[in-house]
Design a protein around this ligand. Sequence first.
Ligand code: HEC
Length: 136
Amino acid sequence: MLLPLLGGVIGCAPATPPGNIPGSLAAGPAPRRSGEELYNGNCAACHQTAGQGIPGIYPRLAGSPTVLGDPGALARWVIKGQRAATMEAGRYSTAMPKFGWLEPVDAAALFTYLRTHFGNRAPPVDAATVSGALAD
Ligand code: HEC
């Protein structure tokens, strides 16, 4: 499988230097890449740029209860591959790689992007919430 490998390589080589995200209000270290860049570079190939997915093949993230619900469960799915309660098993014959290389600060930016785009409206996620969820 090429995708997880690709993800790992991209994850080790940030395209932009740290701390140059304009307008970032986050306390603590600024994300190295914006949520949008992370999404388009790692997720959009399957979930599509507008989060609409591909029916029967890749789920939509627009209106997804997993995206809009508990941010801890979202983090455990994307980073550890631990299925969320909102995700019935056996829905898709396709698989998603886990993104274990995502640092909490980047994951927080990515999840905030998912929760505030594609028509989604849910509160932002911070890095502490992501690290806390992974420690469980
Ligand atoms: C290779 C294709 C692929 C890539 C790349 C991918 N996903 Fe997925 N994603 C899937 C598949 C397939 C599922 C359904 C898994 C299942 O139900 O077993 C899924 C499920 C999800 C879900 C749960 C949606 C729901 O409502 O059930 C979320 C959230 C999600 N992915 C986020 C992401 C994020 C964020 C990224 C990028 C960091 C990403 N995915 C990259 C294929 C992919």
